[in-house]
Write a protein that binds this ligand. Sequence first.
Ligand code: URA
Length: 430
Amino acid sequence: MTVCDIIQKKKERRVLNGEEISFFVSAVADGSATDAQIAAFCMAVLLNGMEEEECALLTLAMANSGQKTPRPQGGGVYADKHSTGGVSDSTTLILVPVLASLGVRCAKYSGRGLGHTGGTLDKLESIPGLTTALSPARFERQAEEVGAVVAGQTNETVPADKRMYAVRDTTATIDSIPLIASSVMSKKLASFADVILLDVKYGRGAFMPTPEKAEELARLMVSIGTAAGRRTAAAVTCMDAPLGSAVGCNAEVREAVAVLRGEAENDLAALSLFHAALLYRMATGASKEEAETAVRGAIRSGAAFKKFAQMAEAQGGDVRALEDPSLLPLAKHCAALTVSAAGVLDIDALALGRACALLGGGRQRPGQAIDHTVGFVLKKRAGERVAAGEAVAEMYYNGENGEAFSLAWGAFRTAETFTPRPLIYAVTGG
Ligand code: URA
C-alpha cells in the first residue's frame, strides 16, 4: 500500500477502510507523506466526501497520532467546549470560570486566531504576564487545584491534525464537513473531557454558510463523539454579525470581564450562559431550570469572576488588569464609524473580523506577533434602528491601513427592514 494508492481510491469516490486510513494518518504524522500528497488527499475528500464511519475512523486515527493528555488523578467531571470559529466570540473565557465555580472542571486546549476569526489563547495572553504554554504537569496541577485551565496544545498532541490543518489552510480545503469534523473531534478525543459541547457557527462570518450545512457538521461531530463514548452535544449558532460588542483581544477580554461581573447583557452573555447551562446539565444531570439558575447564580454571586481571576493568576496573569481596564489598553487612535442612511442596522462579522486582522489583530503568517490593542467597540447591535450619520462603532488602530478601513466602513449597512437570523438555530445530542 502507498499513500498514492489511498489518494487514488478517494479520487475514485471509493470508501477507505480502517487499515488504509491508519496508514495514511501515520504517514502524515511521521512526515513520510509530503505536503502535496496531504493536499491531494484533502481535496479528494472535499470534492468526494466521506461516509460517516470512514470519517469516524479518520478521526480516531488522528486522535491516536500523538500523545494523549492524561486524566488528572483527583477525579471530578470534566467539560470541554469547542467553537468552529467566530468574531467577537469570547464564550470560552466566560463559560470556563462559570462551570468551574459550580464544580464542573474545565481543563481545555484552545487555539489561536485563524483567518478572520479570533483565538482564545490570543485573548487570554492580553492579560499581562499570563502564559498559555503550560507543561503537562502544570496543566494537570491547575486542573486539580483550580478546576479551570486553558492552554495551547503541545507539538506532541494530535500531530496529524497539526500538519493537515496547516496544509488545508493554504490549499482552499478548510470548508469540508468531514475534514472539519475529524480535525475538531480528533483534538477533543485526544483529551479526557467527559462531556463535550460543540458550537457550530453558521453565517457570513463562519466556515459553514447556511444553518443546514452547520447542522450536518454538528450531527456528524455528535455521532463521532458519542460513538467514542463521550457525552456530546452541538449547538448551531449564528455568526452573521459579531457575537458581542467588542472585536480584538483587549476589547474582548474587557467585555468578557464585564459579562462575568454581571455588567453586560447581550448575545455574548446569552450564548455563554446557554452553553454553560447545557454543559452543566450534561455533567450533573440537573434539569434545564436548575442549570439556568445555577449559572446565573455563579455570575450574580461573583463566584465566576473570582474563578476567572484565580485561573488567570495560576497562569501567571496580573489580575489587576481584570479590575482596571486601563491595564488592557486600546490602540492610540480611535475613529467613529457612522452610517449614511437611517434604517435597521446590519453588521458583517466577516468584514469586521478581516479588518481587525489587517489592523494587526490577526496574523498574516504563522507565528507572527499580534497587536492586542486594535479592534472595534460596537455602539449599536445588528437589528437596531439607527439615524442617518449616527456613530455605530469605534475603530481602534495604531497605523493607517486603507484596506482595513474600507472593510470596516463597509461592514455597517442599513436597510428599511431587516431581521437578524436566530442566534441559536438548533441543538443536537446531549
Ligand atoms: N477548527 C478546527 O479545529 N478545525 C477545522 O478544520 C476548522 C475549525
